[in-house]
Design a protein around this ligand. Structure first.
Ligand SMILES: NC(=O)c1ccc[n+]([C@@H]2O[C@H](COP(=O)([O-])OP(=O)(O)OC[C@H]3O[C@@H](n4cnc5c(N)ncnc54)[C@H](O)[C@@H]3O)[C@@H](O)[C@H]2O)c1
Ligand SMILES: N[C@H](CO)Cc1c[nH]c[nH+]1
Ligand SMILES: [Zn+2]
Length: 441
């Protein structure tokens, strides 16, 4: 039987104890960075053969160089095998996620007249090739297929493909293949963790080289992304899942307990807190959690209880809602859920969070799977500066400018002055009277 859920009393914690609560698994990447270096090197030197080797070593999967890529038959079989209710749920989710992300698509060319005869704007073009990483260690994640490939497809990325660890049967999970095809992706490669990042950074005989990799995963994946960031754009840093449930005194403690468990069950490396100024909500939720653990399986109970009885999870008791919100903004959680009869009174005070789900009918589960907004979100405090995965992750912006003849002189005069000040004589010359002379040559 797991120990009691930890109650961290922030009203009496020292600054050091408070700082400790802000830590995540990724706060010390040293062992992961060291661990993945030889993996990256082996993939660089041996390519596909290394992928076969690591599939066996880490995923207990027997694959060959010829089966690294999922075949068309694998896709067809997945469609035949998957149960109709899962298929229907995937179609429902695909529709919501697609509609949400289509609304993000910007005008592809925006040009406006900034001054008379001077036109400026932006042009958006998709990134040429993107690999979507779909984790598969402690579960399979068709939801992550939808969250990564749909915004990329909406952005019209021309070369879009998936990398994901094989299961012990040497196959890609059925729902992953179904979700991939429904999102328009037919190229799926069986490789996981650091070896997958190295494969798409260098390219192998089978796995294409990509410009960018998106998608969440274990700290091994995060470490490889960090080490290979010069070769491949590593996207939103999305590591072990984490959440904060914020509850005021009007919140139902049982709902708070249920929703605290959600992200705590991802793995022992996750983080999950319920934060409240109400001792009653805190104590009732703490008592309810073991009852709910009995209703989920032993593996998920073990993960959840490891998190909620340890230093990276549990219940945080605060003086008031302002102290709770101050902690949240310092923590910058991946997922934030607000439980209150009036949740919107707190939204304006949230500065740092990957997503905010409002009220007792919007549990994190809905956001994870099918509400529409993206559930691939910055972890480990990266929400202070990074955003949720979105259509813009798959587009790049190019500035566009056009100056008409009548508008030229005024701009040239000031540009000449600044170029001269900076000592760039060639820059200045190009906008001097030499230009008028050149037109006549
Ligand atoms: N942020 C998000 O949007 C989001 C979504 C879903 C899951 N997640 C998180 O992603 C993570 C998924 O992790 P996972 O383990 O289930 O799947 P994973 O695919 O990220 O990890 C499995 C891979 O890790 C590598 N690995 C395992 N042990 C290793 C070792 N000792 N040395 C080197 N490499 C090793 C192997 O390559 C293996 O294929 C979880 O932490 C989960 O919380 C995050
Ligand atoms: N909570 C994850 C993101 O941190 C998303 C997910 C998918 N499946 C279950 N959960
Ligand atoms: Zn989750």
């Amino acid at each position: 039987m797991p120990g009691p859920v930890k109650i961290h009393d922030l009203t009496i914690y020292t600054p050091a104890q408070r700082a400790n609560l802000l830590k995540r698994t990724e706060s010390d990447m040293t062992p992961f960075l060291e661990g993945v270096k030889p993996i990256i090197e082996k993939v660089r030197q041996e390519g596909d053969a290394a992928l076969v080797h690591y599939a066996k070593a880490f995923d207990k999967a027997e694959i060959t160089e010829n089966t690294i890529k999922a075949s068309a038959e694998d896709f067809d079989k997945a469609f035949e095998t998957l149960s109709p209710d899962v298929m229907e749920a995937i179609r429902f989710a695909v529709k919501n996620i697609k509609e949400f992300h289509q609304a993000q698509v910007p005008e592809l060319l925006r040009l406006s007249e900034a001054r008379p005869g001077v036109f400026t704007g932006d042009r958006f073009t998709p990134i040429e090739s993107v690999a979507c990483y779909i984790p598969r260690g402690k579960g399979s994640f068709p939801s992550v297929v939808m969250m990564t490939t749909i915004p990329a497809a909406v952005a019209k990325v021309p070369n879009l493909f998936i990398v994901t660890p094989p299961g012990p049967d040497g196959k890609v999970d059925d729902a992953t293949l179904v979700a991939a095809r429904l999102a328009g992706v037919e190229n799926v490669y069986k490789c996981g963790g650091a070896q997958a990042v190295a494969a798409v950074a260098y390219g192998t005989k089978t796995v294409p080289k990509a410009d960018k990799i998106v998608g969440p995963g274990s700290p091994w994946l995060m470490a490889a992304k960090q080490l290979l960031a010069d070769l491949i754009q590593p996207g939103t840093p999305a590591g072990p899942s984490e959440s904060i449930v914020l509850a005021d005194s009007t919140a139902n403690p049982h709902i708070a307990a249920l929703d605290l468990i959600i992200e705590s069950e991802h793995g022992p490396d996750s983080s999950a807190f319920l934060i409240t100024p109400s001792r009653e909500v805190a104590e009732k939720a703490a008592r309810a959690i073991p009852e709910y653990w009995e209703k989920i399986g032993p593996m998920r109970t073990e993960y959840s209880s490891t998190v909620l009885t340890g230093e990276k999870g549990g219940i945080v008791l605060t003086r008031d809602m302002d102290q709770a919100l101050e902690f949240i903004n310092d923590y910058a959680p991946e997922h934030l859920e607000v439980l209150s009869s009036e949740p919107f009174q707190y939204l304006g005070k949230v500065k740092n969070a990957g997503e905010v789900l409002m009220g007792e009918n919007t549990p994190l589960t809905l956001g994870n799977y099918l509400l529409g907004p993206n559930a691939v979100l910055p972890t480990s405090g990266a929400a202070r500066t990074s955003s949720c995965l979105c259509v813009y992750d798959f587009l790049k912006m190019t500035s566009v400018g056009y100056v008409t003849k009548p508008a030229y002189d005024e701009l040239a005069k000031h540009a000449h002055c600044l170029a001269t000040y900076e000592g760039f004589e060639g820059h200045a010359l190009a906008v001097s009277e030499e230009r008028q002379k050149a037109f006549k040559k």
